[in-house]
Design a protein around this ligand. Structure first.
Ligand SMILES: Nc1ncnc2c1ncn2[C@@H]1O[C@H](COP(=O)(O)OP(=O)(O)OP(=O)(O)O)[C@@H](O)[C@H]1O
Ligand SMILES: [Mg+2]
Length: 262
């Protein structure tokens, strides 16, 4: 799989003045973030602080009211979600969104095909391009199933997987689109500490092996503090602090707003 490339300035993703309102509620206000290739950045904040909204506007699921999103040098704030995936941003959702009636393997394959869909004529004529794309899809699917230990479950219906395996399947579905930036919304939600540790190791392995940048939203502070190189803190839709895990833990404003004590 290809290694992430940036626009040459060392910035992969940049938001500026990014704002999203739902009627009178400003869910995200003048948001700014810079993410560089291969970085693991955490975004934390209390419930309703705008974390998922940030994901939604960056990935084209929602249109911002104002501001810009630049990915690898291209403005993407007006782009459709499917085009943003093709450009190289993949995400997971806070609640799982698998194709539950399909098998584990079909879920990954469908995602792998999103990135390089072959045209209708390719399909009709069976062109070399189609064969090459099919081989690439096969290889990626096998590799990713192996990565999360789901090879033996390839033929199992996604709905029949245990919860933890469903979350891992969702993660490799995102990875199957060959992103340069992977955005994970609460990847360890509902997991015990052992499973959470497994997710942390998996996220780190994914960054090291595939060279992607990763943004993680999580309420699990152990995971965030141990995994992330940089953490941004949101409160009421605004960025209130950004720094290393140690700086975040030591900051009085963060402790008060987020952790509930100074
Ligand atoms: N589609 C929507 N319509 C109306 N209000 C919304 C919508 N999506 C989010 N909101 C509101 O915007 C605010 C930010 O929500 P968001 O989901 O981004 O928070 P969050 O930080 O992800 O919270 P959590 O930690 O609970 O997932 C909340 O007040 C939420 O109720
Ligand atoms: Mg959320």
């Amino acid at each position: 799989m290809s290694i992430a490339a940036s626009d040459g300035t060392g910035t992969l993703l940049e938001t500026r003045g990014l704002t999203k309102a739902f009627r009178s509620l400003v869910a995200l206000k003048n948001h700014e973030i810079i993410v560089r290739p291969r970085e693991i950045v955490g975004v934390i904040g209390p419930n309703g602080s705008g974390k998922s909204t940030f994901f939604n506007v960056v990935t084209g699921f929602q249109r911002p009211n104002a501001g810009s999103v630049t990915f690898a040098g291209e403005p993407i704030e007006r782009m459709a979600a499917a085009d943003i995936v093709r450009l190289g941003i993949a995400r997971t959702f806070q609640g799982t969104r698998l194709l539950k009636a399909l098998t584990v393997e079909e879920n990954v394959r469908a995602a792998a095909q999103l990135r390089h869909p072959s045209g209708m004529f390719d399909a009709l004529l069976g062109t070399p391009r189609l064969h090459a794309a099919a081989r690439a899809t096969d290889a990626i699917t096998d590799e990713l199933l192996d990565l999360v230990g789901l090879t033996a479950r390839a033929g199992t219906r996604a709905s029949e997987l245990a919860y933890g395996d469903q979350r891992r399947l969702e993660l490799i579905r995102a990875l199957a689109t060959r992103p340069r930036l992977l955005m994970l919304d609460e990847p360890a939600a509902g997991m015990d500490s052992t499973e959470t540790r497994g997710i942390l190791d998996l996220i780190r392995l994914i960054r090291d092996r595939y060279g992607v940048a990763i943004i993680v939203v999580e309420h699990d502070m152990d995971l965030i503090m141990n995994l992330c190189e940089r953490i941004q803190v949101l409160a009421y839709g605004e960025r209130i602090f950004e720094g290393t895990p140690a700086e975040v833990q030591a900051n009085p404003q963060v402790r008060e707003v987020y952790l509930g004590h100074a």
